[in-house]
Design a protein around this ligand. Structure first.
Ligand code: DC
Length: 223
């Protein structure tokens, strides 16, 4: 079974996906980490963020791997071309670089193929922006998870504090979230939008457990 969870940044997709996967015994796939890894590699190689051909080549030629601990759906780390980038892809520099990189159709084509290969290997909770619309249009459960701009910025600040990377200034994080949503929603290639058959969940005034329970109920109803 595939559970597709799409939505803007900071809506709680990552935390919710891991816990839903844990409860149902699924694995989880964070597709944003894959776009971030390509952005990291591009910066590393000195590739201009408007050089679509070179960015597509990076995505086609570098393998992204998630390291898993048995029984834990949350990957311990992510690597690209054999280099561990688990923390390096969470910096403000990557936050800025990832939108132009993820807007390149050749990058998306290469990563979507990798995502479909990974997801078809088992039961997965897959989170991203285009999972229910493009990557797994036949997913058994599709969720579009949103929250107010302020709620999302507050959560992202807490997450950055916990991880010890990225900005912890509320206004900076809020401005970045709004800017990134605009870019992700207005790009030509697979813009952020809900699938027609997605269940919308606004998590602004919900606890994480309530969101998890609702998604698990949707999944159980499909079994
Ligand atoms: O979920 P995130 O913030 O880690 O995602 C990083 C960026 O990657 C975000 O700006 C949008 C992009 N992205 C995408 O275009 N498609 C996906 N399936 C996942 C992420």
């Amino acid at each position: 079974m595939i559970i597709a969870i799409d939505g803007p940044s900071g809506a709680g997709k990552s935390s919710v996906s891991v816990e839903v996967a844990r409860e149902l015994g699924f694995s989880c796939l964070d597709t944003g980490a894959m776009y971030r890894s390509i952005a990291w590699q591009a910066l590393q190689d000195g590739i201009a963020l408007d050089d679509a051909d070179a960015l597509g080549e990076v995505a086609r030629t570098h393998e992204i791997e998630f390291a898993h601990e048995p029984g834990n759906p949350k990957p311990m780390g992510v690597s690209i071309g054999g280099v561990d980038v688990t923390s390096a892809i969470r910096t403000a520099e990557i936050d800025r670089a990832v939108s132009p990189v993820s807007a390149v159709p050749a990058v998306r084509e290469a990563l979507v193929a990798q995502q479909q290969r990974i997801g078809r290997a088992g039961d997965y909770v897959v989170e991203g922006r285009d999972i229910g619309t493009v990557v797994f249009p036949d997913a058994e459960v599709k969720v579009f998870l949103t929250a107010s701009d302020e709620a999302r910025a507050r959560r992202r600040v807490l997450q950055n504090e916990e991880r010890g990377v990225g900005s912890t200034d509320f206004q900076t994080v809020l401005a970045d979230i709004i800017r990134r949503d605009e870019l992700d929603s207005s790009r030509a290639a697979s813009p952020l939008r809900p699938a027609d058959d997605a269940v919308h969940i606004d998590s602004s005034d919900m606890t994480m457990q309530q969101v998890i329970d609702q998604i698990c109920s949707l999944a159980r109803a499909r079994v």
